[in-house]
Design a protein around this ligand. Structure first.
Ligand code: CA2
Length: 145
């Protein structure tokens, strides 16, 4: 079973700046941990990070064409703005879990709205970088249920 791990704008900076908000775990660390967990779960991951909305959408389409069964998605700030990314998930019908490292509901009001939340199968919010692993576990369990 192939699962897309999609990270949006600025998440390449994870672990390098603002550790008080986003922790000290880098995106490379997240990738390594997820790959270890994927092996345990018997799934295969494809990791994508882009700072460009259209690129993220193209990669969702590609995952759809290649028969990916699900996605773990931290769309960064596009979570709050991108109807186009929402439409890409609806258009490909790829089930996904929404992940946020920080608790967006304890931050500015403009982060309280997610354009992905109501079409996600679930969400892991505010639990730091481990949220990606929790999200992957939950997604795979749902897909196998
Ligand atoms: O909490 C999350 O995971 C967010 O998706 C992170 C986004 C933010 O726009 C969302 O509202 C919530 C920002 C990603 C920026 O990541 C950085 C990491 C380290 C240093 C600077 C930025």
């Amino acid at each position: 079973m192939k699962i897309l791990v999609l990270n949006g704008p600025n998440l390449n900076l994870l672990g390098t700046r603002e550790p008080e908000r986003y922790g000290a775990t880098t995106l490379e660390d997240v990738t390594t941990r997820l790959d270890e967990l994927a092996e345990e779960l018997g799934v295969v991951l494809w990791h994508v990070q882009s700072n460009h909305e259209g690129e993220l959408i193209d990669q969702v389409h590609e995952a759809g064409r290649q028969g990916f069964k699900g996605a773990v998605v931290n769309a960064g700030a596009y979570t709050h703005t991108s109807i186009a990314l929402r439409d890409a998930f609806l258009g490909t019908a790829i089930p996904f879990v929404e992940v946020h490292v920080s608790n967006v509901y304890a931050r500015e009001p403009f982060r309280h709205k997610s354009l992905l939340a109501d079409v996600a199968v679930g969400a892991v919010i505010g639990l730091g970088a481990q949220g990606y692993e929790l999200g992957l576990r939950g997604l795979v369990a749902k897909l196998r249920a």
